[in-house]
Design a protein around this ligand. Structure first.
Ligand code: HEC
Length: 109
């Protein structure tokens, strides 16, 4: 019983930590262009992005926009390739994905 409580606590702490990490990565590396309110600056409103893109899509774009901009429907790429670690890319994608709690029912797989 105790071990279950411990594991559950670890899970919650871990989920929370990922979100805070992702938010930090976002504020430091992305907010200057994508805005702190997520409502778009350059590029799209991230609240909408979180509905229309999978976490994987967001990870791809965040790590290599030059390769993905055409697939995403843009004709030119204005987003730099940022020197993020794989962990940072995953955390920031988690954060952006988490903006819409109903995403899992709406997004096409
Ligand atoms: C220098 C400005 C700039 C920075 C910094 C930047 N972006 Fe972008 N991003 C853009 C622009 C502009 C677009 C729209 C495509 C274009 O015109 O290149 C875009 C598009 C995107 C898209 C595609 C949105 C969609 O669904 O169509 C994603 C995802 C994205 N950015 C994620 C990020 C993340 C995550 C970071 C931080 C790690 C980041 N961007 C940092 C400028 C930036």
């Amino acid at each position: 019983m105790k071990i279950k409580i411990l594991l559950f606590t670890l899970l919650i702490v871990n989920l929370y930590a990922n979100k805070t990490e992702g938010r930090n990565v976002y504020l430091v590396n992305c907010a200057a262009c994508h805005s702190t309110t997520m409502q778009g600056g350059m590029g799209k409103d991230f609240n909408l992005v979180s509905y229309t893109r999978t976490k994987k899509d967001i990870m791809h774009y965040a790590s290599d926009p030059q390769t993905y901009f055409k697939k995403f429907g843009y004709t030119a790429n204005a987003m730099p390739t940022l020197p993020l670690t794989q962990q940072e890319v995953e955390d920031v994608a988690d954060y952006i994905s988490s903006l819409q709690p109903f995403k899992k029912w709406m997004v096409k797989k």
